[in-house]
Design a protein around this ligand. Structure first.
Ligand code: ADP
Length: 394
């Protein structure tokens, strides 16, 4: 059977067409610039890539075009083979501890937490409604970035702020990238051949956005992002953790609003802010190799923050079996992995310089006999979405 895994953004719609249960990728693509000029649609299948220029005023036209293209290009014999559509939904608040089959009540609940993810949840809902219209009767499933972290104990997810902020305004740590952390931690146990229930993993999802997760026996017990994806380690353009008093201090010094200072923390900080070079790790390494000290500092700062979290998570789990790199940088940047690993010697692990050269492939990259394994496991959120969809449609 065919399942679609969909990630609807405010002006884009990414998708994968997967044959389940064997998890074969049949086609993938993206519709970009929905509602804007020059909108286009890219479809990849059978080693080919086709781009269509077409106006897409809303997500509905994008979904209709996608479904027609799947049949016109003979990728699917008919739309009847599509048995489910799984949607990435960024925020599930406290309402969703797992993925869920979508009905009217679920849509209302997703809308209810839209104030916690104003850029994402409304766009995710647009995607859901477009598929409801285009494929009436085909079950749809919501897979939340936050759900995997709902197992965190209260002392991990509560901030030490007035309790009423939590009761009135739902202020707490939610965590993000949950679908990735879940996939990677499950895959890690499979690769190691150890039962998930007794495997302790620290997942380092390091891309443009980055978060770490302590996964004890298959359950998230802590994660570095917080109430929003601004918290945790330094990222491409985000600061990660800072003293919150800095926000008011800069607002006063520069006579600016708190929103404008926060925009700096989201868009002009992290790699970009410290280096003044780029938010992209490849540019940063190139500059650092040429002797740019700020670029080197931006790289070192992130590595230190990663290792600080690893230290905390090892103690929180009372041990660790594997520390696993994933996402754009984690999967592709041996230099970043080596820098982090260099600071982990106390854990009884050392990186193998040769094995660490791997890019985008599953591998154990620590030296033979290391008590804590260092690994690379490419993330696959779409497969996780398709698995959950299959499970929930029965
Ligand atoms: P996002 O959070 O936007 O999904 P990604 O997971 O795609 O981010 O990661 C983007 C980051 O991955 C960029 O900093 C980019 O430099 C880095 N990256 C991608 N490919 C490589 C590569 N071959 N070598 C080093 N870094 C890479």
């Amino acid at each position: 059977m065919i399942i679609l895994a969909v990630n609807a953004g405010s002006s884009s719609l990414k998708f994968q067409v997967l044959k389940m249960p064997d998890e074969t990728l049949v086609a993938s693509g993206v519709c970009e610039r929905i509602g804007l000029d020059d909108s286009n649609f890219t479809l990849k299948y059978d080693g080919q890539k086709k781009t269509f220029e077409n106006p897409f005023p809303t997500h509905k036209e994008a979904v209709d075009f996608l479904l027609k293209a799947l049949v016109d290009e003979a990728i699917l014999p008919s739309l009847d083979v599509i048995k489910g559509v799984g949607h990435r939904v960024v925020h599930g608040g406290e309402a969703f501890k797992d993925s869920v089959a979508i009905d009217q009540a679920v849509k209302v609940a997703i809308d209810d937490v839209s104030d916690l993810a104003p850029l994402h949840n409304p766009a995710n809902l647009m995607g859901i409604e477009a598929f409801e219209k285009a494929l009436p009767g085909v079950p749809q499933v919501a897979v939340f970035d936050t759900a995997f972290h709902q197992t965190m104990p209260k002392e991990a997810y509560m901030y030490a702020t007035p309790y009423e902020w939590y009761e009135k305004y739902r202020v707490r740590k939610y965590g993000f990238h949950g679908t990735s952390h879940k996939y990677v931690s499950q895959r890690t146990a499979e690769i190691l051949g150890t039962p998930l229930e007794s495997t302790k993993t620290i997942v380092l999802h390091i891309g443009n956005g980055a978060s770490l997760c302590a996964v004890d026996g298959g359950k998230s017990i802590d994660t570095s992002m917080g109430f929003t994806p601004l918290a945790g380690i330094s990222m491409g353009t985000r600061s990660g953790d800072i003293d919150p008093a800095i926000i008011e201090y800069i607002a006063m010094k520069e006579n600016r609003s708190i929103q404008s200072v926060l925009a700096d923390l989201n868009k002009r900080s992290g790699y970009l802010g410290l280096s003044d070079v780029s938010s992209d790790s490849r540019d940063l390494w190139a500059a650092s190799d040429k002797g740019n000290e700020k670029a080197h500092l931006a790289i070192l700062k992130q590595a230190k923050m990663i290792v600080d979290y690893i230290g905390a998570y090892v103690l929180a789990m009372n041990g660790v079996d594997a520390i696993v790199f994933t996402a754009g940088i984690g999967e592709n940047a041996p230099e970043t992995r080596a820098l982090v690993a260099k600071r982990l010697g106390f854990l009884g692990t050392e990186i193998d310089g040769k094995k660490n050269q791997v890019r985008g492939e599953e591998a154990i990259i620590s030296k033979d006999g290391a008590s804590v394994k260092l690994m690379v496991v490419p993330t696959n959120e779409e497969v996780m979405i398709a698995r959950d969809t299959l499970r929930l449609i029965g």
